[in-house]
Structures are given as C-alpha cells and as structure tokens.
Ligand binder design. Structure first.
Ligand code: 13P
Ligand code: SF4
Length: 308
C-alpha cells in the first residue's frame, strides 16, 4: 500500500479542487474501492447514485457503459473515465442495428436490455435492467414474450425464474462464462470434510446454467453482499470477478473466502495512476449524442422508477 499512498493523497486533493466524485464498481481493486471512491456498488446502485449526485464532475471507476449510463442520467455533468478502452464483452456483442432487426422480426414484443450495453442499444429499448432487478423488470411488463438482450445466461436465469418466454441474444460475459459446474463441485468435495462445515457458494447470474445449478445463492454483486450480511456463512466462495472477494473480505473479517476468480481485463484497466491523470488533466470525457441520450434515458428511467 505504501506505493499507493502518494496517489491516494493527490487524488483526494484533486477531487476537492475539481468538485468531483468517484463512482467505483464492486470489481475495482481494493486500493481504489476502499480509499478514493465516494460511492461504491453494483451497476444498479451506481446508476441510482449518478442520477442524484450533485457534484459537477463524475469520475467513473468502472467500464465504458457505466460512464455512458452516468452521462445519460446526468447530461449536465462532466463524466470522465480513466481509460476509454475499458469495454465489456456484453456491450460489444450487439449493435443498435441488431436490435432494430430483432424488433422487425418480433413486432410488438417489448425489448428489455441489460445495462451492459452501449447508449445506442439502450436507445432502441423499452426498459433496461441490471442483474439486480432483471426478474422484477421482466415481470413488471406483464407479457408472456420479451426480447431480452444481450446476455444469454442472465436471460436463461430470468426465464427460469419468471416463466416468461425470452427471445435471447448470444452475448456473454467473458469473465463469468469461464466458470464451470465441475469446478464448483470440486470446491464442495475439497471442503466437505472440513470441521467448520461446508462451503457456501455464491454465483453471479452472468454464469452459465450448470454453474448456477451448483450455487447456494445467485445474485448481483450487491445482492451477494446483502446475502453474506444476513446469513454470515463461515466459508464462502464467490463465483465472480476477482476483486469482489478482496473488497468484501475487508467488510467480513469473520468469513473465510476461498478465492477462485476470473479477472475482468476491462475493469482492471482502471488504476490509481490513471485516476490521478484523469483528474489532473480532466480527461477522457464521455459524451453521448443528445438525441440518443434522450431515448436511452427513457429506458434507464423506466428501470429506475421500478427500483427506487
Ligand atoms: P452487477 O454489479 O450489477 O452485479 O454487474 C456485474 C458486472 O459484470 C458489471 O460489469
Ligand atoms: Fe463486462 Fe463481464 Fe467485465 Fe462486467 S465482468 S464489465 S460483464 S466483461
């Protein structure tokens, strides 16, 4: 941590000078998450916070679609991202033209879009969702068929929980699709004779169905934290991005975390030195075409009005 201290001090000073807040996703590294972030959370919480933040400048410690969502909800604010190449395999799996074709093919079927998409794709959408509210969003429509894009695994999970027929897209998260059910069964076998009891497995709904079938709890990153807070299991495996367990372990020193994880290379593009450079030079500004932003905002606000 000694190497981080000069950056932490300089970032906290620059934040005050610039009137900026730093919004950090749960997958940011602990040295960002626990020291310079003003607000942390899952995608839903970050969107809710961006909508009500009163700072003039938002620095998004997360990936590009998250910065776009902040800009869509706060067009008057300056939204900066420390690395413009912090993308997402889900966001890059689908374009606005793809969505228009789906709508032509299934006329009248509502479109639910995961927030892990570009502003252009959100603009073609009836309502957005996050992993924290996808079931609620689909159920709120009261229909038996929905176009659900782009995460096929989140879609399969939502279909299993709602009974609604979902027309899916073949997108997936490059981090969560690498886990397997066999891997989870191995953790259980390795741990099953432990005196302190069995291991408790939490998995993110972006994981494939065979992984979710083996998990004790399925939920968004924020839902995982709430679940641990309530259940206080002794031993835990979190089937998600690496920084999640690192960050949560600080909050729950009484829980032992086994840490299999997959790194998100996009989230890891955000570092303390890059956050420092961002605030120093007020760069890389994220902008969204106002006409696109207006249509995308409707879809995001439709979601927020359900979750608030
Ligand atoms: P949540 O934090 O909303 O669960 O999302 C996970 C994710 O992959 C964000 O990129
Ligand atoms: Fe995208 Fe997956 Fe990385 Fe989240 S963890 S930003 S869904 S690639």
């Amino acid at each position: 941590w000694a190497a981080h201290l000069p950056y932490i001090d300089a970032i906290n000073r620059l934040k005050r000078e610039r009137g900026a807040v730093i919004l950090a996703h749960n997958y940011q590294t602990p040295e960002i998450f626990h020291t310079v972030a003003d607000f942390t959370g899952d995608s839903l919480a970050l969107a809710q916070y961006a909508a009500r933040a009163d700072a003039a400048v938002i620095v998004q410690a997360g990936v590009h679609f998250m910065a776009e969502t902040s800009k869509i909800l706060s067009p008057e604010k300056t939204v900066l991202i420390p690395d413009l190449h912090a993308g997402c395999s889900l966001a890059s799996s689908i374009t606005a033209a793809d969505v228009r074709l789906l709508k032509q093919r299934y006329p009248g079927v509502p479109v639910v879009t995961y927030v892990n998409t570009s502003a252009d794709v959100k603009a073609e959408t009836d309502i957005c969702c996050t992993s924290g509210n996808a079931v609620q969003v689909v159920e709120s429509l009261g229909v038996d068929r929905v176009i659900f894009i782009p995460d096929q695994y989140l879609g399969k999970y939502v279909a299993s929980k709602t009974g609604v027929e979902l027309i899916l897209w073949a997108g997936s998260c490059e981090v969560h699709e690498r886990f397997s059910g066999a891997e989870l069964r191995d953790y259980r076998t390795q741990r099953s004779n432990h005196v302190d009891g069995d291991i408790h497995i939490l998995a993110h709904p972006e994981c494939p169905p065979d992984v979710l079938a083996e998990a004790d709890f399925v939920g968004s990153t924020a839902a995982m934290v709430a679940h641990l807070d309530k259940q206080r299991p002794r031993r835990v495996v979190m089937i998600t991005e690496c920084s999640m367990s690192d960050n949560v372990a600080v909050e729950f020193p009484d829980i032992e975390f086994t840490r299999p994880c997959n790194l998100c290379p996009h989230m890891k593009r955000i570092t303390l030195p890059k956050i420092y450079e961002t605030l120093l030079h007020m760069r890389h500004e994220v902008t969204v075409d106002p006409a696109i932003a207006e249509r995308a905002r409707r879809a995001v606000e439709n979601m927020l009005s359900l979750s608030s």
